[in-house]
Ligand binder design. Structure first.
Ligand code: FES
Length: 84
């Protein structure tokens, strides 16, 4: 079991699962769910190494550094702290 959290709330996620549902519980806004619109941009404060690699869609949207698109991320395990 992995954990996706913000500074004031956390949600359990199965290992190697999409973080979409958990991110919605943490109030991350979503649009296309396909890596096209950029709505679900998050900043990863801790645990970037616990997320899947950036997708080509994220690179096309200009995700740099700690930025990710939540609809494109899977959590491998462990804890990931985000800010939205
Ligand atoms: S919801 Fe559109 S890029 Fe993630």
């Amino acid at each position: 079991m992995a954990i996706l959290r913000t500074n004031d709330k956390q949600v359990e996620v199965g290992d190697n699962s999409s973080i979409i549902d958990a991110a919605k519980e943490l109030d991350v806004p979503f649009g296309c769910h396909s890596g096209l619109c950029g709505t679900c941009r998050i900043e990863v404060l801790e645990g970037m190494e616990n997320l899947s690699e950036k997708t080509p869609e994220e690179n096309d949207l200009g995700c740099e550094g700690k930025e990710r698109q939540a609809c494109q991320c899977q959590i491998k395990n462990g804890i990931v702290t985000i800010q939205c």
